[in-house]
Design a binder for this molecule. Sequence first.
Ligand code: HAM
Length: 426
Amino acid sequence: MAAKYQAPRGTYDLLPEQAAVRARILGEAKALVEGAGFGQIDTPIFEDTDLFVRTVGEATDIVRKEMYTFTDQGGRSLTLRPEGTAPVCRTYLEHGMHKLPQPVKLWYTGPMFRYERAQAGRYRQHAQIGAEAIGSDDPAVDAELIDVLAHLYARLRLPGVRLHLTSIGDAASRADYTRELRDHLLRHEVFGAEQRARIEINPMRAFDWDDPEIVAVTNSAPKMVDRLSPADAEHFEEVRRLLDGAAVDYVLDPRLVRGLDYYTRTVFEFRCDELGAQSGIGGGGRYDGLVEQLGGPPTPGAGWATGLERIAQALESTASESPAARAGARGRPDIIFVLTEPRARERIFRVISELREEGIGATMDLGGRSMKSQMRQAERLGAPWAVIVGPEEWEREAAAVRDMRRRDQDEVSLSHLRQELLRRAA
Ligand code: HAM
């Protein structure tokens, strides 16, 4: 007999076997992000509607037609959250987190709601894991976020994952570019009335349309990545240098458009070949104007989110089990790198990425603070080891490795650093 009630269209029930897979994904993710110094937060499932309209953008599909909005008994317009970044930024402001050492690194997991056309891999209630670093515009923040997410997929042994990366600059250079792109597109006759209307609002959406005639037009269109200001171009170069140094593979994709309007500078998306049409498994980028849009002071930020259903689906296509989560299973980094020598950044970023690979939780200071306040931060996070590289150590091609519990330290040459830290922190 057919059941009278079924789970609403676009939703699903998580049964014990699938719940076990999800628990494993969450365990790996928690270990990785907490090992990199992110602390967990949880925000309400619904928020003021306006929070999403202002930040996600009025021209986006999400705000135009996908939000679950309702009026409560008190006459307020509320919306089931379609995404987690705007709520986290609201929390940052509401709880005065600008007073904490910057950037503030937070991660979360929970359900998101979008009224999308239901199909394989696309749900009306889906679950995300997300990470946000608010309060620093350092390119190392972008690179660290990307490195951590790449390690999550690697640790889960997801097959066929590719990282697409580009920069879309700041609001000012994008305004000039948008005009140029709109003129280019509207010179062609291939768009319908609705598409022309959308081009008027945000012409970059056209890069998402896959009609071959339109693809030909967008292929010949100018690209934002070629119109970056010198400062934005240098920022993007540094993100790439850090990723290259840590051997994180990516494809430069000037056609990459994200579905949310708050992005600036770095944007990225991980795609998985196993997933078919809904291949986006995780994505994010920088959002330097978002906190200000919410009425706060100018505050840079960056982050990502990844979909739990899509990870589980990609895992189904592989039989292999990943090793148990180790790093950050302790809920904090094992090692904090305290850098006061800028020339050491790329070298140390690579060492940190290699340690992550081995299951050691590590991060470096991303706020450009003094040595003293960096050490205080290492203590606050409860990391048992601190590795200090200042100008003097750098000259000697060495690092000071400090045992935070015994309060003593010795010097290790940079060429042996990774091996030595693996031995001590494992
Ligand atoms: P997003 O790309 O819209 O980004 O969503 C992140 C991930 O959630 C996607 O890559 C996908 O895996 C999953 N996802 C999205 N929609 C669905 C759906 N309808 N069904 C199943 N899975 C889905 C954001 O939400 C941003 N808040 C990410 C971010 C954080 N940017 C900066 N910080």
